[in-house]
Design a protein around this ligand. Sequence first.
Ligand code: ATP
Ligand code: MG
Length: 353
Amino acid sequence: MQKEKDIILTGDRPTGSLHIGHLAGSLSSRVHLQETEQYQMYVMIADLQALTDNAENPEKVRKSLFELTLDYLAVGLDPEKTHMIVQSAIPALSELTMYFLNLVTLARLERNPTVKHEIREKGFGHSIPAGFMAYPVSQAADITAFRAKYVPCGDDQLPMLEQTRELVSAFNRIYGGNVLVEPKEILPKRSACFRLIGTDGSGKMSKSLGNCIYIKDDEKTLKEKIMSMFTDPTHINVSDPGHTENNPVFIYLEAFSSDAHFAEYLAEYHNLSEMKEHYQKGGLGDMKCKKFLFNVLNETLLPLRKRREWYERDKAELLNILKKGTEKAVEATERTLTEVREAIGINYFNTNL
Ligand code: ATP
Ligand code: MG
């Protein structure tokens, strides 16, 4: 019999289009993992999670569902190999969330550093939606309902995976057996991609913060965004020594440039280390760096834009892709939940009295 493939679960919140932080942090690695054909991957549009901080703006969530699907197809995710799925249409995920909520304390949820940071960023004050506070639990349910062994993600997700492992271990300890599987993260290869900085240089590039270069941005928009990007505020004259750390131009080059890009667009340097050295010493202007970055990103994004445009013509087909993927997800998660109910002992109607 053929060995069952290990499961991968990843996903995104439908709160806007995907950006180059996603490309560097998770999308590229998803496509790579897909092409190895060693795994069964589910890519989830986490609309329930998006609603935890967008309850009053469901239209945004609905619209973004299509945007995300287009971005997935644009980067090369292939519905023949990867299931693209919709969270709210998979009942088992909400059910498992309910069981998990009893295995975690409020104090533990309040300690999650990513959530703490997001609460500050979103300015909730004292009005934090309970659903938002608990979204790491729902995320743990997503991962475990699929029995996912691996989760490719950026490093903002590490606390979520830690929380998931704790819940799995609590569940297996209390209800016995090895019903649920502890997941491991797969982080990007280049550390600049762990949590790609935004164009404003102030923090993570994030859909909700308006500091993004989107995968779908056209050439003109891309150029405008790069040309007005934050660099090193102390690098005023070309001859001034410059800082490359915390400088988004260099961080993006770190994430996306290759030696081949240098050979093609900036042959006076062989590689990024040589270019950085010159910038740090002084004598290399921001404009020149930005033009190079534009060439690198434009070359990277061009084929993605073309593919996106091609798929954009058929909205019904997008829904069809999601429907088919979600059907597979419902089957897989229902199998897990049958075992979960059995383990807890609440499978009343399937037992002999
Ligand atoms: P939102 O602002 O709505 O939270 P987001 O831009 O943070 O959106 P998510 O949908 O929360 O995007 O994240 C989806 C996945 O993309 C996660 O695995 C996350 O780690 C990764 N990711 C998001 N932003 C970045 C980034 N700037 N750099 C690297 N990876 C990222
Ligand atoms: Mg986020």
